[in-house]
Design a protein around this ligand. Sequence first.
Ligand code: NDP
Length: 278
Amino acid sequence: MTARVLDGKTLAEEIRRDLAIEVAELVQGGVQPGLAVVIVGDDPASRVYVASKGKACVEAGMHSETIRLPASATEAELLAVVDRLNADPTIHGFLVQLPLPKHISSERVLLRINPAKDVDGFHPMNVGRLSVGDRTAFRPATPFGVQQMLIRSGLETKGAHAVIIGRSNIVGKPMASLLVQDTPGGNCTVTICHSRSRDLPAIARLADILVVAIGKPEFVTPDMVKPGAIVIDVGINRVTDSSVAKGYRIVGDVAYGPVAAVAGAITLVPGGVGRMTI
Ligand code: NDP
């Protein structure tokens, strides 16, 4: 079997076209949606990601603002920016790019964001609303992107056994919350695995939908995948490769080639979930 490739680039373009129509309607009604992103420090991956978000906003007809603070910024300075954005009527949503420098408490910063503007959905209020099945809750971008990928690819989730490898607050846990709800793209039986799970390959082999978000290059091998399963690779890992000019390449948490020979559908890295997240 050769797996169907779930193409994040095409699906993301489709979402952006839909979004541009909704934004145009709002603008016609006198409201230009405004999204701000706050970035602290110089993490190169975060910078690329934030720049892509700003560009996508403008292309969709939205007002976009990027606030850059140096890595030396204090927590008080960042909280002052959060307070300003909470009060700014031209900004309807904003996010603070994670990870933050170690001297700043992400928890205190996330708690300070007005839940009504918390587009990343990391404020405990929105985590709770998602967990109780509130369909208007903000959903974290990466797992929501995965769910959209399943829906827009016409893949049935109802009744499927979804196994998620990774239990982070930004990917694994909200992914489970989304897949278990009684909604389109939900109604799965969900199992979450982590580094302490016993006999993880056997659990993974039970999955109709296998979502992998652990940050370990090519961790999932074909023996961990049920033939015909849908495999969603969230991982983004840089591995040394002296055969290319830049000296490295990007791989996922799934050994793409061998697993694609077993799976029914699979995402690319890059060009998969990352595109949906933006
Ligand atoms: P975290 O480091 O926060 O969490 C990793 C999770 O994986 C933890 O729950 C950890 O378990 C689990 N884990 C680690 N090693 C193993 C193992 N050997 N077996 C089973 N479970 C394991 O990572 P994130 O969730 O933030 O990110 C995961 C990956 O996804 C990274 O590669 C990241 O770059 C990528 N990512 C991609 C995004 C995208 O848009 N495509 C967005 C966000 C992240 P435990 O809790 O027990 O330690």
